[in-house]
Design a protein around this ligand. Structure first.
Ligand SMILES: [Zn+2]
Ligand SMILES: [Zn+2]
Length: 333
């Protein structure tokens, strides 16, 4: 059996449609998933731009996968054939390193990442270790569920790092921020959205989702923030966000890659302000977030693309023209 897939090749660094790729067979503890939708994440763009070392190339990108179990490998009993599941970025861990043993599997020394060190969801089928998959709640359609699996989930991990912050700034109002803004508003927090300078459409979008204030990333918010989450891959936003948080406040960098952070005066960090990053996800983050996503009735704004248009979706993401999340939607059987 063959399938169509968009595969990233080196050394010419191109994303190419392959019409007759063999449908993979599920190994031990693995399921074969027939893909309905796969989100397009900024991490995919970093992969194509050569900004992430360690990828297994050539590789099919995509780690926000929603589909149905089509077959089960040996020992795979967690999901029934036909069940709808999600495949996230964390595809596997070693289970033995100090981080895994301490319950921080997101920091595993020998991890497997979907669409990076194993093939991902820019395809009609994928195999995945069932122990790292998530059930998808019925409340969400296929395309709407896809961005929850990375933008939502890793965004949630960053949000959780902000603790009980009441006034939260979101820098970069894309797929992650538009979901986290809804969750924060649902939890009674005040959200301040920072967009590319002059992006009135994104600012209006943010206000429409209940943000108290929306403005340029170069602007100061009307009040100091308790915490700021940075979703845009722009290092210059770190000192900008530090300027916007109160004493004792945190700045959390949620992306896998960022341009260099420019030098800044120590006074911006002084006052027990904290800068930290968030890496990957744990399975527990996934379970917690899916529960909250249902409770808060998160609604992902989605721009659908056919599989062959993955390159276009990535370019639109780069240019910042997508309201919400780009999702590849596969035709039905
Ligand atoms: Zn490990
Ligand atoms: Zn992602």
């Amino acid at each position: 059996m063959t399938m169509r897939a968009m595969v990233f090749h080196v050394p010419d660094a191109s994303l190419r449609l392959e019409q007759d790729r063999a449908v993979p067979r599920p190994g031990e503890h693995e399921v074969l998933v027939r893909i309905h939708a796969c989100g397009v994440c900024r991490t995919d763009l970093h992969l194509l731009d050569g900004e992430l070392p360690g990828a297994r190339l050539p590789v099919t990108p995509g780690h926000e996968i929603v589909g149905r179990v089509a077959a089960r490998g040996e020992g795979a009993e967690r999901f029934a054939v036909g069940e709808r599941i999600g495949v996230p970025w964390l595809g596997g861990t070693c289970g033995r390193c100090e981080h895994c043993r301490a319950g921080r599997e997101n920091l595993c020394d020998r991890p497997t990442f979907t669409g990076f060190s194993r093939d991902g969801g820019y395809a009609q089928h994928v195999t995945a270790d069932e122990r790292f998959c998530l059930p998808i709640p019925d409340a969400f359609g296929d395309a709407e569920a896809a961005p929850l699996l990375c933008a939502g989930l890793i965004g949630y991990r960053a949000y959780a790092m902000a603790g009980d912050a009441q006034r939260i700034g979101l820098y970069g109002f894309g797929a992650a921020a538009h979901l986290l803004a809804q969750l924060a508003v649902h939890q009674g927090r005040e959200v301040f959205a920072f967009t590319r300078p002059g992006d009135g459409a994104a600012q209006q979008f943010a206000r429409g989702l209940g943000c108290r204030w929306a403005g340029d990333s170069t602007a100061a918010p009307p009040q100091l923030l308790d915490a700021a989450l940075i979703f845009a891959p722009v290092g210059a936003l770190v000192p900008a966000a530090l300027r916007a948080v109160r004493k004792g406040g945190s700045v959390v960098c949620a992306g896998i890659h960022m341009s260099d952070i420019p030098a800044f005066p120590y006074s911006l960090l002084w006052g027990e302000r904290v800068v930290r990053s968030v890496a990957n996800l744990t399975r527990r983050d996934g379970e917690e977030f899916m529960r909250l996503a249902v409770e808060a009735r998160l609604r992902a704004a989605v721009r659908p693309y056919p599989l062959e248009a993955a390159g276009q979706a990535l370019e639109d993401l780069r240019r910042g023209t997508i309201e919400g999340a780009a999702v590849l939607v596969m035709p039905g059987p």
